[in-house]
Design a protein around this ligand. Structure first.
Ligand code: OGA
Ligand code: MN
Length: 284
């Protein structure tokens, strides 16, 4: 039996007694069930390498490739491992070895700008700065439940177009051109309220605030309604803060939670490795 200690009501659990390299099928099923129940799991002291991270993550389902955007095939071919993303501010030969740098990353879910966003993200802390760089998670089941009835009715049939062009630190992804009107943003359209495909619970599904647009509304109405919804997305009572230790492993349900990251001193080093699951496995 694996240990499952709720950290925050029905959101976030600490998993104990587990080495992710040696999980039986039965233990993995327990972990998977806990992940569905809590949305965010933390496992401490998982001193694993990239291959082990990839092998463990693949138990959640086939893996997604890195968020390449429109990177050329030639540049893609230079990437060492297409399934493990590095997030880092560390420079080697003057070039960053990973994405997101040291800047603050705004609230987002990963890759909601594609048709089928990854259900699971698995993030390993490798090098952690002495201060800053904390990651926060917000429960979007709870956000949906916190909405006033009137607002819930208003969004029942509305969608959001999720911008594919910018990262969560606001930088243009490779191959995208700048624009100044959210209606021009490229990206996938998803319902604002999503019924979780496995738990059948309803979640608010906002993706990210920047460059979002609600099709069918005027730009002013869209901006106003988005601001109104974002007031509920990260209420303090539904947010949990992760203070990283090296080799913390966090697995979140990207269908249910938003996350963001604090900035940190550019002089200190931070290195994270992440796998994303392309689709959920067929579970009985
Ligand atoms: C991510 C992400 C935040 C962090 O892995 O998708 O947004 O703490 N990371 O590095
Ligand atoms: Mn992210």
């Amino acid at each position: 039996m694996i240990g499952v200690q709720p950290v925050k009501d029905a959101f976030v659990a600490e998993i104990t007694g587990v080495d992710v390299r040696h999980l039986s099928d039965e233990e993995f099923e327990q972990l998977y069930a806990a992940w569905l129940q809590y949305g965010v799991l933390r496992l401490r002291n998982q001193s694993i390498d990239e291959n082990e991270l990839q092998a463990f993550s693949a138990r959640f389902g086939p893996l997604e490739e890195l968020p390449f955007g429109r990177m050329s095939e030639a540049d893609k071919a230079k990437v060492k491992n297409r399934y493990v993303t590095q997030l880092s501010n560390i420079l080697v030969d003057g070039k960053p070895i990973g994405g997101l740098g040291n800047a603050e990353a705004n609230w987002h879910s990963d890759m909601t700008y594609v048709e089928n966003p990854p259900p699971a993200s698995v993030l390993l802390g490798v090098e952690i700065p002495p201060a800053g760089g904390d990651t926060y998670f917000a429960d979007q089941y709870a956000a949906y439940e916190a909405l006033p009835d009137e607002l819930r009715v208003r969004i029942a049939d509305l969608t959001i177009k999720h911008d594919a062009a910018h990262t969560s630190i606001g930088k243009l992804r490779p191959g995208f051109d700048a624009f100044d009107d959210p209606r021009d943003a490229p990206g996938a359209i998803h319902s604002i309220v999503q019924t979780h495909e496995e738990t059948r619970r309803k979640a608010l599904y906002l993706g990210r605030r920047e460059w979002a647009f609600i099709p069918g509304l005027s730009i002013e109405e869209s901006e106003k309604l988005l601001d109104e919804l974002w007031d509920y997305a990260a209420l303090p009572a539904i947010v949990w803060q992760q203070k990283w230790q090296p080799y913390d492993l966090i697995i979140w349900d990207n269908r249910r939670v938003l996350h963001r990251r604090d900035d940190f001193d550019p002089q200190s080093r931070r290195l994270m490795k992440r796998c994303q699951v392309l689709a959920r496995p067929v579970h009985t």
